[in-house]
Design a protein around this ligand. Sequence first.
Ligand SMILES: [Fe+2]
Length: 290
Amino acid sequence: MSDKNETTLCRTLIDHQRYPIDNLEHPERRRVIEKCRKALAGDGCAVLNGFISPYGLERLLTEVEERKPLAYFSKSKKTNVYFSSDDPSLPPDHPQRIFLERTNGFVTSDHFDDNTAARRLYYWPPLTRFIADCLGKETLYIYDDPVSNMIVNVSKSGNCFNWHFDTNEFTITMLLKPATSGGHFEYVPNLRSAEDENYDAVSCVLKGDDTKTVRLDLNPGDLQLFLGRFSLHRVTENTGDTDRLLLIMSFAERPGMIGSQHRIQELYGKVTDAHIAAERNRIRNDGLMD
Ligand SMILES: [Fe+2]
């Protein structure tokens, strides 16, 4: 596929008039980036409404619906907001000791071949450049993980992803299909900082205090950039009877990054030779097992 064809396709997958992301000098591109940076600096969340065009949405949804039966659901798990283990020396109501339900289903990137619109949009260099500019990063790279770099989160009726902080700095998602009821993205902006865990406030949210909780009203085709290190967030239970579908694209600040064998296996039920080789190199490099 030539670059020209790639450009033609990708421009039709997004609302190119509103988001001329491949035209670096376009004033509208600059305006969107500025707005995005302001929102991220404010509360760590930016939404670009209608980023995917109606045509793009239809194509992406068709591809995802076809592959949905291939989704891998890891065993439903209970985790605390830090994804850490229990510490019995702490009081029972400490946030580290509160474990909540998390259900995960993913269609992994290896199910999307090079001809799929989802993959071609993900690998389109102007998209990576645009995301980097929105985040204020000098350079970003495609995440090199062959299983998890571009995945679809499938949230079935009854599924939820409870309160947590992310371990990664930013998350880039595109909602393809919302739940007919429930399945809301909610967050509490800047609840902790690098200096202060703010346990009391985290505890209040876990006990049901929603005074500082923001609920996002996301629509199909919206692009969301989210900084989840400091803002507690969740996706509420899907109480409808259809699946909620979310496309997740990952980018890295260094080239050649892939996930750890253990984590990829746990979340996606498979690893590739690349994961096994990387793990061997890692163990050999420092002589330790973890
Ligand atoms: Fe998260």
